[in-house]
Design a protein around this ligand. Structure first.
Ligand code: TTP
Ligand code: MN
Ligand code: MN
Ligand code: MN
Length: 388
């Protein structure tokens, strides 16, 4: 029992981009509950509430040990009344009654199932729920018109709701690398998203492609996609062309947080054959032979020798590469906090394309992430410590 005076208070800076957040989380019970409430708010299109819960969870993730009493939280940033009530409930009763009842609610369960379909967002799911569609079976029987993405999403539902392992991400990296160097020698590809932050699993695999000579990257995406298609690697793809130059965004005034790079949202067909031909050092055995995992048997066909994996491809000109790399490495909250820091603390506008100084009225150049952090007056945080 410690007296009030002896309680050691944690010290945490208020922006997530000022903190080092590794994958090691000493407060997972608390942050899981807050993440569930955040997700429920986001699925209900209450973005503000969602961000508040995410920020509170991020503060707890940055603590060096488990929280054991409410007094330890004194002075910590980003913990609003609602989040504090949730934390108190867990510390006193072992669970958050609000998180538990949300998890059990028909609406939350339906939102999860429906938005688990690739191509279905919160708005569509909400409309379907109001029409009485709560699950996949009901959706299929309803005769709702589905777009191409949603049809693919429904068709590959089970695979796409299975986490992607780092080993499978490595296999896909090798395939994308082959595609990129085949269509444009000298082009470079970088793993981004959660896997760049060192996560061991993810919901998709993300890649950034560029070429060291400015302009050579133009027209690259359709060629990469054709190559992948010709080799039978794509179950679905939708390519969106670059719209940065023709956009009406003023300096540092992007019309939305969506960037304007040429990009491709796709579903890969990852076969056992590809999994075998790629060497994974981390699964190598002492005698140098690799243990190959047996494929998951498919309940319908008995043996399915491939799985569907979501893959995002982005192409950036080399002049914007550092900004694209920083903007696509995440986490989503880390990105949001970087932009908030830039705007509120530095009077600058940061996007995945550029950094604009609103006071000097100039774009600040950068060829590395380190330079961008320096322009922003922030200590450099490596990708593995952006797991907010
Ligand atoms: P995600 O792939 O959605 O997230 P993730 O890789 O961090 O996590 P997961 O393991 O679940 O896949 O997005 C990766 C980053 O890309 C994220 O920081 C946000 C950024 N991004 C954009 O900048 N613009 C976009 O349109 C999208 C979809 C993502
Ligand atoms: Mn630790
Ligand atoms: Mn990802
Ligand atoms: Mn992605």
């Amino acid at each position: 029992q410690t007296s009030e005076a002896e309680v050691v208070v944690f010290s945490v800076p208020s922006y997530a981009c000022q903190r080092r957040t590794t994958l090691e989380n000493h407060n997972a019970v608390l942050t899981d509950a807050l993440a569930l409430l955040a997700e429920n708010a986001e699925l209900s299109e209450e973005e503000g509430r969602g961000v508040a819960f995410r920020r509170a969870a991020a503060v707890l993730k940055a603590l060096p040990r488990p929280v054991t009493s409410m007094t330890e939280l004194r002075g910590l940033p980003c913990l609003g009344d609602h989040s504090l009530r949730v934390i108190k409930d867990i510390l006193e009763n072992g669970a958050s009654s609000e998180a538990e009842s949300t998890k059990q609610s028909e609406r939350y369960k339906a939102l999860k199932v429906l938005t688990g379909i690739f191509g279905v967002g919160a708005k569509t799911a909400d409309r379907w729920i109001r029409e009485g569609i709560l699950g996949l079976q009901q959706l299929q029987e309803s005769g709702q018109t589905l777009n191409r993405a949603q049809q693919a999403g429904l068709e590959h539902y089970d695979d796409l709701n299975q986490p992607v392992t780092k080993a499978d991400a490595d296999v896909i990296s090798e395939i994308v690398e082959r595609a990129v160097v085949s269509v444009l020698p000298g082009a470079q590809m970088t793993l981004i998203g959660g896997f760049r932050r060192g996560k061991l699993s993810g919901h998709d695999v993300d890649f950034l492609i560029t070429h060291p000579e400015e302009g050579r990257e133009v027209g690259l995406m359709p060629k990469v996609v054709s190559w992948l298609e010709s080799q039978g690697f794509l179950l679905y793809q939708k390519t969106t062309r670059n719209s940065y130059l023709e956009s009406k965004d003023g300096p540092g005034r992007p019309s939305s947080n969506m960037d304007r790079f040429e990009r491709c949202f796709s579903i890969f067909k990852l076969t056992e054959k590809e999994r075998r031909r790629t060497k994974h050092p981390e699964t190598a055995t002492e005698n140098g032979l690799r243990t190959v995992s047996t494929p998951e048997p498919d309940p319908h066909t008995g043996h399915k020798l491939w799985r569907a994996v979501r893959v995002d491809l982005v192409v950036s000109p080399i002049s914007q590469f550092a900004f694209a790399l920083l903007g696509w490495t995440g986490s989503k909250l880390f990105e949001r906090e970087l932009r908030r820091w830039a705007g509120h603390e530095r009077n600058m506008s940061l996007s995945s394309h550029a950094l604009y100084d609103n006071k000097q009225r100039i774009y600040l150049r950068a060829t590395s992430e380190e330079e961008i952090f320096a322009h922003l007056g922030l200590e450099f945080i490596p990708p593995s410590e952006r797991n907010t």
